[in-house]
Design a protein around this ligand. Structure first.
Ligand code: ZN
Length: 74
């Protein structure tokens, strides 16, 4: 189960939540009740393969093949 990080665009409050894939995304700031939560790439979340990428990058980073390097699995 992946962690998702959200940052409130209104007050800057950052929150990390454990959500199932089919859970609703967090849309309300628990700090100021703002509705401008922006989802961040969580360092603890597993990187799923982006379209066209090999998905072997470190957690929270783009895989090598997406940043100009070669894809090690090819
Ligand atoms: Zn807020």
């Amino acid at each position: 189960m992946p962690f998702y990080e959200y940052r409130c665009q209104s007050c800057g409050h950052q929150v990390e939540v454990l959500q199932k894939m089919d859970d609703q995304p967090l849309d309300r700031c628990p700090h100021c009740d703002g509705l401008e939560m922006k989802k961040l790439i969580s360092a603890s979340a597993k990187v799923s393969s982006p379209a066209g990428g090999c998905g072997v990058g470190q957690s929270g980073e783009m895989p090598p093949c997406m940043t100009g390097g070669g894809c090690p699995s090819n």
